[in-house]
Write a protein that binds this ligand. Structure first.
Ligand SMILES: [Zn+2]
Length: 111
């Protein structure tokens, strides 16, 4: 389970792969991708207003919407990296730092 551990998880999370159109158990998820098709897993939870996906900090791009601790989504307008630490510049929020092997909660979208 360490491969999908994150400090930013929510109570009652459920997981779905839209590519397989299948509800996934935790054992069917690796690095927050579906083990069958490698598509990114869509995550839902009672406290979330929208479905999310988890990306490594280094996979996050400037047009992703990041979920912050107030459970609101913010638009990232710039990503900077310094010695393995990623700094996201977030509209209406400011700067947020995360190491490259940490997971980031983003708004779920097809990629
Ligand atoms: Zn799948």
């Amino acid at each position: 389970m360490t491969r999908i551990m994150t400090t930013h998880s929510f109570d009652g999370e459920t997981y779905k792969c839209y590519e397989c159109d299948k509800i996934l158990s935790e054992s069917q998820i690796e690095e927050w991708r579906c083990v069958f098709c490698r598509y990114r897993v869509s995550i839902d939870a009672p406290s979330l207003s929208r479905r999310i996906m988890r990306k490594y900090a280094h996979e996050v791009t400037f047009n992703n919407m990041i979920l912050m601790s107030d459970t609101k989504f913010y638009e990232i307008y710039k990503v900077e990296e310094k010695k393995g630490i990623f700094q996201f510049n977030i509209k209406g929020f400011g700067k947020y730092k995360q190491s490259s092997d940490d997971w980031v909660n983003c708004l779920f979208e097809d990629e």
